[in-house]
Design a binder for this molecule. Structure first.
Ligand SMILES: [Zn+2]
Length: 424
């Protein structure tokens, strides 16, 4: 449950959220969603196909402001609905639990779920999820769709959104404008159905990505387009030969805080005053999660997801802005953690997820040090091999390092990961 606790209160919620995108989907969601922007009322109707034949007990969470819950399905043996557990810092959990026991037949097993209500009678803390005139922004944080309680399942989605007026939309997959709304088609399996609809997007198309601007000015737009161009090219060249990055979708909001990302779909705060270096690192970090994913995000192993994404962002800065910018960025990382009493990145037997500064600052600095030791070409070869291999644990990473270099380098790196000394 730590994920929920963390993310209900966290601003940059789901940049921590890990997705096992190397695997296929666990569920297919097919449905319709009626939205009344003036009142925030929604009515949803889903057919959820359970693609994993071995799953017989499934719990979904659904926001507790949504009622009229009805379920149906030939393979449902038992269904219970109950209030979710208490969450620290909140008086009540914001979701209900929908628990299903399924028979093995008939296959494929399909669960029909419908519900309705005003999703957010009170605005959410970070204002990301919202249904309001002119803007509809939804992701898993509002529990607007039934989400597997384990938060690590992958789903594809085919959703017709019915809403009055003329709307444009953006999601991880494709959006088609239809007569009475928009059609969302996410064939690339993801953990979320994240989307934003707007009546006032200004859209800029580029090679490999699209920018959707919700603001009424263009400050910083060119900088962002340049960063996205650099990242898309750099990442596809280094890591995309087997699995190229899908079309990038970049949404600029009017918010001053609360950005988030779903790999190719990156939502920015108002970027008017963003600087080229950090902006490039940020975009490349988020895009890099298309590959740098799959380590268990609830444990110490999450450093693998984040540190590689972050250091790939730093390498992209070096490629684009040069050596000086690269060295300055590493120095700023060191400055972030100097005189901080930080635990090791990883020690055999550890389970607890490390703090932000360990995952995003200390560990990337160790990757930089490893790169200096083994050389840039070999480090890139190592990173490429790592992002392609399916087992995402630190022992597997160390094993791979030994294969690509030798036992001395492995021992050095293992010792460095386990050290709690301040970096030089
Ligand atoms: Zn990240």
């Amino acid at each position: 449950m730590c994920w929920i606790k963390k993310h209900l209160s966290n601003i940059l919620l789901l940049s921590f959220l890990p997705i096992t995108a190397l695997a296929g989907a666990d569920y297919n969601y097919h449905g319709t969603l009626n939205i009344i922007p003036g009142t925030g009322h929604i009515r949803a109707n889903w057919q959820i196909t359970v693609l994993d034949d071995t799953e017989n007990n499934i719990t979904f969470f659904l926001r507790n402001t949504l009622g009229e819950v009805e379920v149906e399905g030939a393979s449902i043996k038992r269904f219970d609905i109950s209030q979710g557990e208490e969450v620290e810092g909140l008086e009540t959990a914001p979701f209900r639990k929908l628990q299903f026991e399924l028979a093995e037949q008939p296959s494929p097993r399909v669960i029909h779920i419908s519900y309705a209500g005003v999703l957010l009678p009170e605005p959410m803390h970070n204002l990301i999820n919202a249904i309001e005139p002119g803007r509809i922004e939804l992701n898993v944080d509002s529990f607007w769709f039934p989400i597997d309680a384990r938060f690590n399942k992958l789903l594809t989605a085919d959703l017709t959104v019915i809403v009055d007026g003329e709307w444009q939309g953006v999601t991880t997959g494709e959006v088609e404008i239809i007569e009475d709304g928009v059609h969302i088609l996410n064939t690339d399996p993801r953990q979320d159905i994240a989307m934003t609809l707007s009546q006032s997007f200004r859209i800029s198309e580029a090679d490999g990505f699209t920018v959707y601007d919700q603001r009424d000015n263009s400050k910083g737009l060119q900088k962002l387009m340049e960063a996205a161009r650099v990242c898309k090219q750099y990442l596809d060249r280094q890591f995309g030969t087997v699995k190229p990055l899908p079309r990038g979708k970049l949404l600029i909001t009017k918010r001053s805080s609360s950005g988030y990302a779903r790999q190719n779909y990156v939502v920015f705060t108002d970027i008017s005053s963003a600087e080229t270096g950090p902006l490039t690192r940020f975009v490349c970090h988020e895009f890099a999660h298309y590959w740098s994913i799959g380590a268990d995000f609830t444990t110490v192993e999450n450093w693998l997801n984040e540190a590689f994404a972050e250091y790939i962002g730093v390498m992209a800065v070096r490629e684009h802005l040069g050596e000086e910018a690269y060295l300055q960025m590493l120095q700023s990382f060191r400055d972030n953690i100097t005189a901080k009493d930080l635990p090791p990145v990883w020690v055999s037997g550890d389970t607890k997820r490390g703090p932000y500064l360990v995952q995003y600052r200390k560990a990337p600095l160790l990757l930089a040090e490893l790169e200096t030791r083994i050389g840039r070409d070999r480090f890139m070869q190592y990173t490429q091999a790592w992002l392609l291999q399916p087992v995402r644990t630190t022992p597997a990473l160390l094993e791979l390092l030994e294969q690509i270099t030798d036992k001395d380098e492995r021992d050095w790196f293992e010792q460095a990961l386990g050290s709690s000394e301040t970096l030089q």
